[in-house]
Design a protein around this ligand. Structure first.
Ligand code: PEP
Ligand code: MG
Length: 544
């Protein structure tokens, strides 16, 4: 790695070589119009209405474009923006500013600043993130009022978009035929920009730091490696040839992987391992099916609870679980029960603020604390079980007593369904996540109680190494192959197999092909990885 390589976080796999195109700050949502009085409030109201209409038309077009470029999940952000444009509180705030005599531009700027700040101040991360959407809407309305520059269409044919940060609108407006890569100074991997880049399949590196804007000028050649989060500005001839070779190899290996579809995940000497996919939403099912995964090893059901104002009811959940099971046919689907708390806060659950939320009332602790919430989910799951091959998995287990309480609750829910003649399958498999050192150490006591274990290496690593998984400044301490974690995995598999209990791995480590051999040697029965990683892991198992 040369000294000028910039490091960030890979938000979307792939390599791109192209020409830098900077999206300037003045094109962004933060530019302020001058504070002016208009003298004619009703004329300003008419201008504002016209701007809103134009903005709504643009959002509609963006929704359609994103729908066809990147799918429904990515496009949804623009229907949220459309709703915000009509939001009662926002309309009232705008009216108040116009009534004070300000120009439409200044009224929009001030009113939406207040609304955005009140979102930013909210504890619920979903609602807090809406602040950025309000600012995005504000930028659009200001442009529609004639303030600021229009989004440029002058992209080079092989553009690497460079920006301090990109709004979802800016990202979705990018011409996917011309944009080969995205690099931002700010941003997090879970931002809407990163989500959009992933669904559009554009290699992206984010969070590179402000050095990016000092090092890269428009027209420079830039190499982006989204697999390792590296950006190389102005490569020398040798570096460029090396990057071109890397790109060709990458494209060829991607092409080769598609040949593995339909093949078994089996080593040359006949050891089979079940290769499944992790998903967060039914919208991911197309990519799961396209990936040729052998089942779903982890459905993160909390996604159903996160982006809303109240918990989903039993019928709503049943619809989602039924769709998952029906679409996966005979393949096993493991649904994890609600895992919120820590980094996933849900405002409407009214949890107390905690000093150390990762060690707090999260996951199974919260569910056992809220029996109505928990029973609703269990009832929906058992009812859905008649539509396919269901496994129910419980997160963040630390003790035998928790598992006994869960099993007793499952029995109660089943008795209740039976008493009402509501059908459910007798073959639902019950499993727990091994993601605390406590659970791994007492896995010999836990194994006889359940049908399967799934090792959550993301949390197991966090809790074993005492490294907050949310804190990027601890990256230097993070040894993902730490012997302590690997030994806990071996111990868990050994204890599970002594009782005939199946063991999978569903944390990010499952996709680490540097460990595939170790997992096979340890006797792991299943690996569950992101759909885009399925064929790569199959290739590693088959070819070593
Ligand atoms: C894990 O902890 O490894 C896991 C799969 O769960 P999550 O990442 O959702 O906490
Ligand atoms: Mg976890």
């Amino acid at each position: 790695m040369t000294e000028k390589v910039l490091k960030g976080r890979g938000a979307c796999h792939g390599i791109a070589i192209g020409t830098a195109y900077t999206v300037r700050e003045t094109d962004s949502v933060s530019a302020a119009p001058p504070q002016r009085m208009s003298g004619d409030a009703s004329a300003e109201a008419v201008r504002l209405e016209a701007a809103k209409e134009r903005a709504a038309g643009e959002l509609d077009a963006l929704y359609q474009k994103t729908l066809s470029d990147a799918g429904e999940e990515a496009a949804e952000i623009f229907s949220i923006h459309g709703m915000l444009l009509e939001d009662e509180d926002i309309c009232l705030a705008l009216k108040d500013q116009l009534a004070s005599g300000y120009t439409a531009e200044y009224a929009v700027f001030v009113a939406l600043e207040d609304v955005a700040q009140s979102f930013f101040a909210m504890d619920d991360p979903y609602l807090s993130a809406r602040g950025a959407d309000v600012l995005d809407i504000r930028g659009r309305l200001l442009r529609c009022l004639g303030f600021g520059t229009q989004e440029s269409a002058e992209l080079p044919r092989d553009a690497i978009v460079i920006a301090r940060d990109l709004s979802p609108s800016q990202t979705a407006s990018l011409d996917t035929k011309r944009v080969k890569g995205i690099v931002t100074a700010a941003g997090s991997v879970s931002s809407h920009t990163a989500i959009l880049a992933r669904s559009m399949g554009i290699p992206a590196v984010i969070g590179v730091g402000d050095e990016l804007l000092r090092c890269v000028r428009d027209g420079d050649t830039v190499v982006v490696d989204g697999r390792v989060g590296e950006v190389l500005p102005s490569p020398s001839q040798d570096e460029l040839s090396e990057a071109r070779k890397r790109l060709a190899d990458y494209l060829e290996s991607e092409e080769q992987l598609t040949l593995l579809k339909g093949l078994e995940t089996v080593t040359p000497d006949g050891q089979k391992i079940e290769l499944c996919a992790n998903v967060g939403s039914v919208r991911d099912l197309d990519s799961v099916i396209a990936s040729d995964a052998e089942g779903i090893g982890l459905f993160r059901s909390e996604q159903l609870y996160l982006e809303r104002m109240s918990a989903p009811n039993e019928e709503e959940q049943l619809r989602v679980y039924r769709e998952l099971l029906l679409r996966m046919g005979q393949k096993r689907v493991i649904i994890r029960t609600l895992d919120v708390g820590a980094d996933k806060q849900v405002g409407y659950l009214g949890c107390e603020k905690e000093e150390n939320p990762a060690l707090g009332l999260r996951a199974i602790r919260l569910c056992l604390d809220r029996p109505v919430l928990f029973r609703t989910q269990l009832s929906a799951l058992f009812r859905a079980s008649v539509y396919g091959r269901l496994g129910i998995m419980f997160p963040m287990i630390t003790s035998v007593c928790e598992v006994e309480r869960i099993l007793a609750l499952c029995d109660e829910v089943k008795s209740d369904l039976a008493a009402r003649d509501v059908p459910f399958s007798a073959d639902v498999e019950i499993g727990i996540m091994i993601e605390t050192p406590a659970a791994a150490v007492i896995s010999d006591r836990l194994a006889p109680l359940v049908d399967f274990f799934s090792i959550g290496t993301n949390d197991l690593t966090q809790y074993t190494l005492a490294i907050d998984r949310q804190n990027p400044s601890l990256d230097g301490y993070l040894d993902t192959h730490h012997e302590a974690v690997l030994r806990l995995i071996e111990l868990t598999v050994k204890n599970a197999h002594a009782h005939g209990t199946r063991v999978g791995i569903c944390g990010e480590l499952a996709a680490d092909t540097g460990l595939t051999e170790f997992f096979l040697r340890a006797g792991v029965d299943e690996l569950s990885v992101a759909p885009s990683e399925v064929l790569r892991v199959r290739g590693k198992v088959r070819n070593g």
